[in-house]
Design a protein around this ligand. Structure first.
Ligand code: CP
Ligand code: NVA
Length: 314
């Protein structure tokens, strides 16, 4: 994991299989250490700080990073869309140059992935992508950690089925899943497929890791043989105007008890949250098969591991 030292964390693609597994191992360790507050907590990031630029809303990413940084002994600053000059009076380039003078890490949630690239280009300290229109690598770490908690550390040979929009959350999840040796089944409606370059990269990695990637437009086909069923909102932040059109075009993609019943016995359900009722029923999200709340909790243990690794402490 030490190879993340001083580096940006932009997508799961950049991690070797071992780096990914190392970050997950560190996340499990942090959960163990920092869950017990009766003992003095280690403060490896004492004196460190992270600026958190948020151009979109967030519950999990904001609270997990802010709380996680404080547990590690450092400080986090929340910079919402109307808190700083960025976008109104100041460019990403100048913002990057200035924040790098104050902070040890800059985390950002943006609309266009190009903005993360721009931030990383001009930031002299490590950047964390906290969601762009193309990638959500922090989410994948939390998802894989939840699967390890449920199935054990070795996830080789398990099958993950994505049912829904070919979006940012899927992109890192499919890259991460094949790096862990898992098969990936993807069902998206026509016109909502995963990004072609990310899919090509996933297929290439799957070959190297002896696993399979299957794409389809039929939800039932994807969940067949699946140990994990995953979805996300059909209407990502910034797509609100397409709401009516999307809900219509995603008909048949709702994860409900009937669809879960077509997956392998004992299959579990993941969702990055926040969720809407159209993509998953209450019955599924509050069922024993649902790992969504441990998954949410893991956002903290995993971002702690990423920040500590970037600072050379893992
Ligand atoms: N899953 C996730 O990133 O949630 P937030 O939008 O609440 O940060
Ligand atoms: N796909 C969603 C994820 C939110 C955490 C979005 O981009 O809004």
């Amino acid at each position: 994991v030490s190879t993340l030292k001083g580096k940006h964390f932009i997508s799961i693609d950049q991690l070797s299989n071992d780096e990914l597994k190392g970050l997950l191992a560190a996340s499990h360790q942090y959960k163990e250490i920092y869950s017990d507050k009766s003992k003095p907590l280690p403060r490896p990031l004492n004196g460190h700080s992270v600026s958190m630029i948020f151009q979109k809303r967030s519950t999990r990413t904001r609270v997990s990073t802010e709380t996680g940084m404080s547990l590690l002994g450092g400080h986090a600053l929340f910079l919402g869309p109307s808190d700083i000059q960025l976008g109104v009076n100041e460019t990403m380039r100048d913002t990057a140059s200035v924040l790098s003078r104050f902070n040890d890490i800059v985390l950002a949630r943006v609309y266009a992935h190009a903005d993360i690239i721009e931030l990383a280009k001009y930031s002299s300290v490590p950047v964390i992508n906290a969601l762009s229109d193309l990638h959500h690598p922090l989410q994948t770490l939390a998802d894989l950690m939840a699967l390890q908690q449920h199935f054990g550390t070795d996830l080789t040979g398990k099958t993950v089925a994505w049912v829904g929009d070919g979006n940012n959350v899927l992109h890192d999840l499919m890259l991460g899943s094949v790096k862990m040796g898992m098969n990936v089944h993807i069902a998206t409606p026509k016109g909502y497929e995963a990004n072609a370059d990310v899919l090509a990269k996933t297929i290439e990695l799957a070959k190297e890791n002896n696993c399979q990637v299957v794409t389809t437009n039929v939800a039932e086909e994807a969940v067949k043989g699946a140990d994990v069923v995953v979805t996300d909102t059909w209407v990502s932040m910034g797509q609100e105007e397409e709401y009516a059109k999307r809900v219509k075009e995603f008909e048949g993609y709702q994860v409900n008890t009937e669809l879960m019943g077509k997956a392998n016995p004992g299959a579990v359900f993941l969702h990055c949250l926040p969720r809407h009722p159209e993509e998953v029923t209450d019955e599924v999200i509050y069922s024993d098969a649902s790992l969504v709340f441990p998954e949410a909790e893991n956002r903290m243990w995993t971002v702690m591991a990423v920040m500590a690794a970037q600072m050379g402490k893992v």
